[in-house]
Write a protein that binds this ligand. Sequence first.
Ligand SMILES: Cc1cc2nc3c(=O)[nH]c(=O)nc-3n(C[C@H](O)[C@H](O)[C@H](O)COP(=O)(O)O)c2cc1C
Length: 383
Amino acid sequence: MGPRASCETWRTTYEGEDGGAPGEPRSDWPRGPRSGIVGGVSTFSLDSLEAPIVVAPMAGGPSSPELVAAAAQSGGLGFLAAGYKSADAVREQVQQVRALTDRPFGVNIFVPERDPQIDPTELAQYADRLALDAERLRVTLPTPHADDDDYDAKLEVCANEHVPVVSFTFGLPARAAIADLHDAGSAVWVTVTNPRDVRSAASRGIDALVLQGPEAGGHRSTFTAAEEPDRTPLLELLDTVRPTTDLPIVAAGGLATPQDVRDALDSGAAAVQVGTMFVVAAEAGTSRTYRDALHDMRLAPTCVTRAFSGRPARGLRNTFITTHHRWAPAIYPQVNQLTAPLRAAAGQRGDRQAVSLWAGTGHQMAKPGTTAEIFARLWPAAG
Ligand SMILES: Cc1cc2nc3c(=O)[nH]c(=O)nc-3n(C[C@H](O)[C@H](O)[C@H](O)COP(=O)(O)O)c2cc1C
């Protein structure tokens, strides 16, 4: 494969602050549903949320049980991120959330690709390109291997634990898995990025779609690693797909102000899913290096790159991206495995130039605060 064009950037300029003064949560908060499950049937409905805000699953640290519980206590819905964790660790986190709140919450699972196209030469060449970083950071690059991220075991944990909402990213769960989750009382959501995937997800009997636009921070939920993601802006995508399905749509990508939230709802979304604004939440498990970088690099442009994982993902453009972006092969999860020790070592050293700094186009609006305060900024009716 030849080199890729330079990393696509997308800087969004904001005129000023969002006008939603950070406030204390209302004293009568939360008033949402108290349980997601009654008699094996999911009672979870997006309509029951006090604030139509879903705190996105954010694998790699930010989605702590505390963040998920705080989202629920703020009148919205929070998600644990099962990606990159063992099934046992997911079960433990589910139990931790339950110890903190009796309100509904979700778990997000990565769907492994069935027959990914892997060119071992391309992978080896990319590993060679990472050798200098490995030497500088004093780590040994691992031998990449196929890995399904403990998928079946995670499905079992979610069913056994009767998780109120289970969302899927990077693909479609099989009909049998959806049926098992429905039997367990879980609502099933699928993250989609284009009209074709909306159609295939909707035909599978799921309960809601998470529609992710190109503005989104983190990975794009394309159903294969190799495809190039749709670049239609979120609101346009929403206009296109809204008339094609009766399923509730949760809109995600670059939403950073009350007006952004309002626009998505006015375009037919039942709720919004917000990630980047909550990376800096007090309750999030975000590393110090990432928090500081997001704050300090507020003016840095974001771009979409495969450099860290082999899948397209949006983050702040740092030296790792400018060095490796054009050579990164579309091979997942092997590229992610290769860069994992580099990212870990750089994170420990506080080296923000070699860690992934996932951020959506609205990242300049990310301001530290409690989850309740960030809710109040996004949905002032709550404040
Ligand atoms: C740090 C970070 C990690 C993410 N991890 C996941 C994940 O594990 N699963 C998932 O479905 N989406 C993940 N996303 C994408 C979010 O679900 C969502 O689409 C995105 O955050 C929305 O755009 P925004 O960040 O501009 O709000 C992640 C996003 C960020 C910023």
